[in-house]
Write a protein that binds this ligand. Structure first.
Ligand SMILES: C[S@@+](CC[C@H](N)C(=O)[O-])C[C@H]1O[C@@H](n2cnc3c(N)ncnc32)[C@H](O)[C@@H]1O
Length: 551
């Protein structure tokens, strides 16, 4: 497992303090203001000072803030360790309970004094809602009050609901108000709301309004984290190591220089990279001299991380279907001094035909981005049901091809990591479940990540393979990083009873689990690429290729 110390083999010569600001944590207060988590001061305090990465929902975290005082080279490791232990514990707290609550909309998920109930508020009728819409929607204050009211009622429906009103009426009103308050389309607001208990859903939506901490990954091909930290501190950057789970990450609190343009950045000493995107590479755990494929790799944060973990040995095929995006990928590969990276541009679904036999494959799949709404708020309104169907479909095709690109005979590996920066079940557990059904030779294994919530094994009436509990979910409100999903597969040998061509046929035909549609891959398509490759090869050798065949 990756250690989180500041390159601990080198003791600091002096006690020069890292000028990272001591953390002020925004603990979920035990004091209940009667409003639950909703629209509390949390939003303001989180914006005022970015909290440290990984959870804030454990009381144990306070050990760190108790210490106060300066962060020094001497105490930074201990503080980081304490923080992360608390973090790991916090991340897991009541995960099971919360998930259950999300499924059942438990009556007990918010503990509140009865007298806090705002007696004057009542749920509008259908006609009233219609009128409200016609008038251009309710004002923000009304929406806020009504959201609080609905959260309270749903927290203890039997006691607090108006007579004759149904639970789903409150839920519908709440979702509609969430959509208008936070600016989502109702479809997405509902889809995201359904992932959590009522109280936690509000925390999730609130967290999406707050930027995540700025983080960088030390490029160990060029420097060490402590040297980089010192160099940036000297330039007036206020920073701290991210945590024990990574020995290359630094969190930037404030900076008097643009961190994307320092001499260290230009010299390739670091990559500006979200903390969440370290996770799939840590789970992949590439070993020196391996052959690794990053199937959807632009702009290359993860591919260059893999290259660094390989210590510039072996080879990383950094692929991306979008040719334009491979420009920034190539630029990063050069800037970071990766000498073991081959950049290529194929549709990932063609990959098993292009080449195979990889020790490890990363599929950081194209996704809806529902985990990165704080970065890209356009997701709030530009995703429809159709987008999720199409994406899930593409992800299912890609994951089968990623599996088929892994060598089951690999002596050191034989692993695939599937990840997305989305939190929806369609793009995560449903895709993993599909892969397990279509490829009996693969199994899920532990990701090796020390925190994160278990993936859903049941969701809204769907029952997934129980091993999906081994996958990990990460949330902005729980881990203070982008929403993310990571699954790790071990690829076993395929059944011998099938001939190679039979296996290929199966591999190349991806059936949509939901619609029963067959998405055929035309094997003749391959001819074009083989033809092109042959012509290129001949030209490279100075030979004149034969005239192109007419169709
Ligand atoms: C989540 S991003 C990858 C981010 C990248 N792994 C990194 O760490 O910088 C998904 C990528 O998938 C690429 N993509 C979309 N469809 C693809 C396909 N069919 N085959 C391969 N890549 C694809 C997109 O161009 C996009 O760059």
């Amino acid at each position: 497992m990756v250690q989180g110390d500041l390159d601990s083999d080198d003791e600091p010569e002096d006690d020069e303090p890292l000028r990272g600001a001591p953390q002020e944590f925004d603990f979920d207060s035990d004091e209940d203001d009667g409003a639950g988590p909703i629209l509390s001061t949390a939003r303001i305090s989180k914006q005022a000072r970015p909290a440290t990465i990984v959870p804030s929902n454990s009381d144990e975290d306070s050990s760190d803030s108790d210490e106060g005082g300066k962060i020094t080279m001497a105490n930074i490791e201990a503080r980081s360790r304490a923080l992360d232990e608390a973090a790991a514990a916090g991340a897991e707290i009541d995960a099971q309970e919360l998930r259950q609550a999300a499924l059942e909309a438990s009556d007990d998920d918010i503990d509140m004094e009865e007298e806090d109930i705002d007696g004057e508020l009542r749920l509008p009728t259908v006609t009233e809602r219609e009128e409200e819409k016609n008038k251009g929607g309710p004002d923000v204050h009304t929406v806020q009050q009504r959201m609080k009211h609905c959260v309270r009622v749903l927290g203890n429906f039997k006691k607090r609901a108006e007579k004759g009103r149904l639970r789903h009426e409150y839920t519908e009103q709440l979702i509609s108000d969430i959509a208008s308050y936070y600016g989502y389309n109702e479809f997405l607001a509902e889809k995201l709301f359904q992932l959590f208990s009522v109280a936690e859903a509000i925390e999730f939506f609130e967290a999406n309004e707050v930027p995540r901490p700025v983080t960088i990954r030390t490029n160990t091909l060029r420097t060490r984290r402590r040297d980089l930290a010192q160099a940036l501190i000297n330039r007036g950057v206020n920073l701290e190591p991210i945590g024990k789970w990574t020995n290359v990450g630094l969190q930037i609190f404030e900076s008097s220089v643009p961190v994307g343009a320092t001499p260290e950045y230009l010299a390739g000493h670091y990559m500006l990279q979200a903390a969440s995107s370290f996770l799939p590479v840590i789970a992949l755990s590439p070993q020196p001299n391996e052959r690794v494929l990053d199937m959807a790799s632009a702009p290359g944060g993860k591919a260059t991380h893999i290259a660094a973990l390989l210590q510039n040995t072996g080879v990383v095929f950094a692929n991306d279907a979008n040719k334009a995006r491979t420009k920034s990928l190539t630029a990063n590969v050069h800037r970071l001094g990766c000498k073991n990276v081959v950049v290529c541009s194929y549709d990932g679904r063609e990959f098993p035909k292009v080449m195979g036999g990889f020790d490890r494959v990363l599929l950081d799949a194209p996704c809806s981005g529902t985990g990165v709404i704080s970065k890209d708020s356009s997701v709030k309104v530009n995703k429809s049901e159709r987008d999720f169907t199409l994406l899930s479909h593409l992800q299912k095709q890609l994951i089968l091809c990623a599996i088929d690109s892994v060598s089951p005979e690999s002596k050191t590996g034989g692993y695939l990591v599937y990840s997305t920066c989305s939190v929806t079940v369609d793009e995560n557990e449903a895709v993993v479940d599909y892969a397990l059904r279509k490829r009996p030779n693969v199994t899920l294994v532990d990701t090796g990540l020390p925190f994160g919530r278990e993936g859903f094994t049941k969701y809204r009436g769907k029952v997934f393979n129980p091993s999906i509990g081994l996958t990990r979910r990460f949330y902005p409100h729980a881990h203070n990083m982008d929403g993310f999903f990571v699954a790790k597969f071990k690829i076993g040998k395929r059944s011998k009873s099938k001939t190679i061509s039979e296996v290929n046929d199966v591999q190349m035909t991806v059936a949509s689990a939901e619609s029963g549609d067959e998405i055929g891959f035309d094997p003749n398509e391959d001819k074009v690429y083989i033809e092109k490759a042959k012509r290129r090869q001949m030209k490279a050798k100075g030979l004149r290729p034969p005239p192109r065949e007419k169709e």
